[in-house]
Design a protein around this ligand. Structure first.
Ligand SMILES: O=CC(=O)O
Length: 314
């Protein structure tokens, strides 16, 4: 019976997940249908699930084109590519992959902070280019003891805070509402948070409210000694403003795992030693991506067996 259930894959996922989906279901890959009208005309009646990821989900148009859609299971913690309102309206279940990637993304956030402050990537280039033979590398900036501001004190934000505490950092945060059970200092605005920290980490979900939450005012408040770390989504940051601030020296540095128009990265940043650029790999280890894949599969299996979802959002 499972083999007759149609699943539409709308984002590139790890081969293990694609193979498992292919074994268990009748799998359609959206990229095999340059004309989606053909896909919908021939298979809309079969497709009961959509599997997405950080770079592809289910917008209103796709949802409307799939009248038999029951569940969207995304291979990501972020659900910004899914029209959640529409899913609610239509009674479509939605699930993501929380918890299993929290440590990984928080670890990488600390890696980015150290890489920017201690210029790890630039030091590596210095050695490889042979420049060391001409003299020592210049002095960099200490991380331990700095003030870390976190936007969004959810699972990932809290895991970053815990790790930064291990570096004797003082932690402050911004979120829509103050967390009554948090020991960290709360600022009711992002500008206030940015004015009062050395390192600002974006760790909130991308929503209409958090789109461009890092704007010119926030960047200027962070200032020429401040560092921005983005492990959320590219659209959290007004990228044009970020690039000009970095080029003009109004911001001290940036560690970026995500960009507004991936895989395109502003080339003006390529020559800057105070910027570390990663290709959206926050959760990108074998261990974590496998655990995420198992959650996607587990949620689909539970749904089609009529059991409770493992990580239900809706
Ligand atoms: O970006 C990755 C995710 O949302 O899991």
């Amino acid at each position: 019976m499972a083999g007759s259930i149609g699943v539409l894959l709308v984002a590139q996922v790890m081969p293990y997940l694609e193979q498992q989906l292919n074994t268990r279901y009748q799998l359609f890959r959206i990229w095999d249908y340059p004309q989606t009208t053909h896909l919908f005309a021939n298979h809309a009646a079969t497709i009961r699930a959509v599997v997405g990821g950080a770079n592809g989900g289910a917008d209103a148009e796709l949802i409307d084109a799939l009248p038999k859609l029951e569940i969207v299971s995304t291979f990501s913690v972020g659900m910004d590519k899914i029209d959640l309102e529409k899913c609610k309206e239509k009674g479509i279940r939605v699930c993501n992959t929380p918890d299993v990637l929290t440590d990984e993304v928080a670890d990488l956030s600390i890696g980015l902070i150290l890489a920017v402050l201690r210029r790890i990537c630039d030091c590596d280039r210095f050695v490889r280019s042979g420049n060391w033979k001409l003299g020592d590398y210049k002095l960099t900036t200490k991380f331990s003891g700095k003030t870390v501001g976190i936007i969004g004190l959810g699972r990932i934000g809290s895991a970053v805070a815990k790790r930064a505490e291990g570096f004797n950092c003082s932690i402050s945060y911004y979120s829509r509402t103050e967390k009554q059970d948090s020991k960290y200092k709360y600022y009711p605005s992002v500008v206030e948070l940015a004015s009062n920290c050395h390192i600002l980490v974006v760790a909130c979900p991308l929503t209409d409210e958090t789109h461009h939450i890092i704007n010119r005012e926030v960047i200027n408040a962070l200032g020429p000694k401040g560092v921005l770390i983005n492990i959320g989504r590219g659209k959290h940051v007004d990228e044009l403003e970020l690039v000009s601030a970095l080029l003009e020296g109004r911001l001290g540095g940036a560690g970026l795992d995500v960009f507004e128009n991936e895989p395109h990265v502003p080339e003006e940043l390529f020559g800057l030693e105070n910027v570390v650029l990663l290709p959206h790999v926050g959760s990108g280890t074998v261990e974590t991506r496998t655990a995420m894949a198992d959650l996607v599969l587990g949620n689909l299996e539970a749904h089609f067996l009529g059991k409770p979802l493992l990580t239900p959002w809706i």
